[in-house]
Design a binder for this molecule. Structure first.
Ligand code: HEC
Ligand code: HEC
Length: 455
């Protein structure tokens, strides 16, 4: 099927035949076997995971859930450049940075990625810098920020990921002094009695509806409240994420399965550019359109950064990306290639959410250095804050720091005619699964803790 000329008229036949290399780049269609549990996670685990995902009971100050930053109504992200963590109020673009004692202390330094398709085994590195990955040489089976403290029993990297937002002061734990979960996180007490994960498990053990849900999801291992651990919770959350947000029925998927008319003429032209002249397919490769590797492409760095480069007045506003994990200067400013499925739905873009439109981030790829220097700061979706605002663009306003990001770029210029760019964007829109356009049914009306589900 793939690799055969798809057009019958003489002229187009030549174009396709001359693009044999392009056809070889097209991925195979996604199938059930690409996913954990063959794409059918246990229904009782999914039901438990859905409740946990939307329940603020996992947070130290009982004021934020996973869904706050990965909401079904905002395409499994939050619609913001950088998330507003615990203390903020509201959802999506209208979320504020809190007030009084709840005023947020810092912006979360990276964009909240979408959660589409992460139940596919291909996604074996998590986070923009890949700090969680499969690694059989580790006691837990995973390289991860908690190292050997990570308890055994986690089913996959997606479940491992769910262990960590609850340990982050800015995201879900809160500030030291505010609650026991925040205090434990502050002293790096994650595992063991009195650690972050134990504190949350105890809270869940005290809620009868959760006990029932846990016992239904793990009939062999959970027979009484005390058997419930946060590991069980993390595995269930992963099952929910994998089940709810699988998205592999876009026009492009249908095209790959043999329905040649699923893509319009301009979309097919955009696809040929993607896998050919425009070079996109070199990094956004394979079934899920990512090589799972790390590349420096001069993406603008807005917000507080990750505390890197503590020199002079910059005081850590940089984010060195992959170097933070490997310690290798060659990895500086490299970030994981993101998947592009459903990409038309998931603005803003880039590891710091700097670009607010798909056209802007694609244009960035065509001339990364020029785009970095001419970055339009007015597009950044950053909810106002009385004192954090002044640092949001400090780095972007300094030519020397921009030069170091520009110099690291491994992506050169690509010339596309306006019509070609148009068709390339048209192709990216064909990566949207229509089932992802309406995710309202993924939101529960209530959660077992009785806490509000609203934001
Ligand atoms: C305050 C906002 C916030 C909250 C709350 C939050 N996340 Fe995230 N999430 C993020 C950000 C930001 C990242 C990227 C961080 C990075 O790469 O360094 C992320 C990354 C992820 C990823 C990895 C995606 C990928 O492509 O690598 C998953 C999965 C995820 N979060 C799920 C969860 C779950 C499950 C919870 C609740 C236990 C949660 N998140 C709570 C903001 C949040
Ligand atoms: C050298 C590898 C490479 C090539 C070639 C490449 N990309 Fe990317 N792309 C990346 C990386 C890495 C990121 C994320 C960078 C970051 O966040 O700092 C990215 C981000 C994106 C994003 C934003 C997605 C999101 O969720 O934030 C889009 C859209 C995108 N690329 C489309 C394209 C298109 C279209 C092309 C071809 C014109 C292309 N890419 C070529 C590596 C590449």
């Amino acid at each position: 099927m793939i690799g055969q000329p798809v057009f019958t008229t003489g002229i187009l036949f030549i174009i396709v035949a001359g693009n044999a290399a392009f056809a070889g780049n097209l991925p195979q269609p996604v199938t059930d076997s690409d996913y954990y549990d063959n794409g059918r996670p246990d229904a009782a685990k999914v039901a438990l995971g859905k409740n946990l995902f939307f329940d603020k009971v996992l947070s130290g100050n009982l004021n934020i859930s996973c869904a706050t930053c990965h909401h079904a109504l905002t395409d499994s992200g939050d619609g913001l450049a950088l998330p507003v963590g615990e203390g903020g109020v509201g959802l999506g673009i209208s979320r504020n940075t809190g007030s009084g004692a709840d005023l947020i202390h810092e912006r979360v330094p990276r964009n909240a990625p979408p959660v589409f398709n992460l139940g596919a085994r291909h996604f074996n590195v998590m986070f923009h810098d890949g700090r969680i990955e499969n690694d059989p040489s580790q006691p837990s089976g995973f390289r991860n920020p908690a190292g050997d403290d990570l308890p055994p029993g986690l089913e996959n990297v997606l479940a491992v990921q769910a262990m960590f937002p609850v340990t982050s002061p800015a995201e879900m734990a809160g500030q030291p002094g505010e609650n026991p979960q925040a205090d434990a996180a502050n002293t790096s007490m994650l595992a063991g009695p009195g650690g972050v994960w134990d504190l949350i498990a105890r809270r869940l053990q005290d809620i009868p509806e959760y006990v029932e849900l846990f016992m239904a999801a793990y009939p062999q291992t959970i027979t009484q409240p005390a058997d419930i651990t946060y590991i069980h919770a993390a595995n269930a959350i992963a099952a929910f994420e994998a089940d709810a947000w699988r998205a592999d029925n876009s026009p492009f998927d249908r095209f790959l399965r043999g329905k040649k008319k699923a893509l319009s003429g301009t979309q097919q032209h955009g696809m040929r550019l993607f896998y050919g002249k425009a070079g996109c397919g070199e990094c956004h490769t394979g079934k899920f359109m990512t090589d799972n590797r790390f590349h420096a492409i001069a993406m603008p760095q807005i917000g507080p950064g990750k505390g890197d480069n503590q020199t002079g007045y910059f005081d850590g506003l940089d984010d060195f990306g992959r170097e933070r994990v490997t310690g290798m200067p060659a990895d500086r400013f490299r970030f994981r290639t993101p998947t592009l499925r459903n990409v038309a739905l998931t603005a803003p873009y880039g590891h710091a959410g700097a670009y607010d439109s798909l056209a802007a981030v694609v244009q960035h790829h065509l001339d990364p250095v020029d785009s970095l220097y001419s970055y339009d700061q007015s597009q950044a979706k950053l909810p106002p804050h009385p004192s954090l605002d002044e640092h949001d663009f400090t780095l972007m306003n300094d030519p020397a720091r921009l030069a170091s990001i520009a110099d690291a770029s491994e992506l050169g210029r690509t010339r596309l005619r306006p019509a070609e760019l148009h068709n390339l964007l048209d192709f990216l829109h064909a990566l949207t699964d229509p089932a992802s356009l309406d995710l309202r049914n993924d939101v529960p009306f209530t959660v077992p803790s009785g806490l509000p589900v609203a934001d």
